[in-house]
Design a protein around this ligand. Sequence first.
Ligand code: NAD
Length: 499
Amino acid sequence: MEELSHWIDGKKVAGTSGRFADVYNPATGAVQARLPLASTAELNEAVNRAVIAQRAWGATNPQRRARVLAEFVRLINRDMDKLAEVLSREHGKTMPDARGDIQRGLEVIEFCTGAPHLMKGEFTDSAGTGIDVYSMRQPLGVVAGITPFNFPAMIPLWKIGPALACGNAFILKPSERDPSVPVMLAELLQEAGLPDGVLQVVHGDKESVDAILDNPDIAAIGFVGSTPIAEYIYGRGCANGKRVQAFGGAKNHMVVLPDADMDQAADALVGAGYGAAGERCMAISVAVPVGEGTADRLVEKLIPRINALRVGPYTEGDNVDYGPLVTAEAKARVLGLIEEGVKAGAELVVDGREHAIKGDEAGFYVGPHLFDRVTPEMSIYREEIFGPVLCQVRVPNYAAAVELIKNNPYGNGVAIFTRDGDAARDFASRIDVGMVGINVPIPVPLAYYTFGGWKKSGFGDLNQHGPDAFRFYTRTKTVTARWPSGLKEGGEFHFKQVD
Ligand code: NAD
């Protein structure tokens, strides 16, 4: 059995806590490696080393830091297939999807190569007589990231890139479900020229997360994961005086107005609902057709598309649409929620339990499910299912669609499908959700915009990547300078005559 390692001070380091977690291959259900789970002492030691390494890195000029990131981009592209294979083997997503996971992270690193520009402060010449005011952005010191299983490359890259570009050292605590790609990325950063100790990858569970929350040398924490843990991280991290951004779970709706192109809407829903087996924080899990006629037409279009989905292992390459769930527990939880949906009286229009699976029977597969006539009290509507289950909630009119979404506690992503520009514009401006798609089902903003949800989907006031990330990972110092006016008149340009 392979035993995985932490990445400390530029090398692989075995765990010493004696505690381990199993890492599965979800496509076969087999345990493929043992992961060491760090103790508080191991985490604190990694931070101590990072404190020392950060001093020189923070003093390196931003252009040199950016060059390391530019080389990192080249190396990720070089190793793209290798990274994608390891990612798929631990996560279960298809190879094309794994490449997308890496690519969307890579784009943020590309953005971060603009660090010299993004780190620039402001300057006001002659704010008063002889007075100049300027501001500078300085690194925070050592910062940490705690990341979820569902994007094991993208989300660590969203955090590592801006944090390092700003001159911080970074402690990454990746998900214990798929921990190998983050270590491979750390190795590539070292090859790209990152000094040892500036990026430490420490594996672990609650013990190491709590050690991060309580370590006084960690100035800021970026978290992504489920809402209960996001709330916990935000509360405890802030109480300890840290800067915290914590992104949580989601329940993303897609409103379909009667004038929408129904084929386009159905295609979009199938991709956004079942892609990555529904294990995306931006997955559409609720379809909201407006009017009974729209709902009937949509279901009719969805059924054949859902039945045609090919479910199987990543080893099938482009021949599968989605793979298994990440663990047996995740599968059991999703199947439990499906039972609850049936018991609560939702109409199970497509029963994925009968869907053909191409893969190993012991893999953690769940076929695609479609529920119609779901109502807001049902647990399949209230809970984030995080599986290949799409729920349709029928509403009588546009106002009821907006009301439904406003009453939902989550606010990560939302979409509207319509040909009516006026309705789309009204929707984008009124809806209380952080990321809105107009005829775009998964509106993940590009690297130079920022990513973040509202309500129970995000805690803290700055988003991930884009310009917000450079604010989050720096603190601003403002200097007011007065130069005594007339000093220059006092300058002497000739030898004084000595009497
Ligand atoms: P999770 O909350 O179980 O785990 C996230 C991280 O927290 C992991 O590193 C894990 O080790 C750690 N953790 C878990 N339990 C903990 C505890 N009790 N105390 C301290 N730390 C703990 O989430 P997950 O299952 O890995 O990821 C799926 C969730 O992440 C979904 O809810 C999804 O919507 C969300 N997500 C949100 C975004 C976003 O940007 N809003 C992006 C991706 C995923």
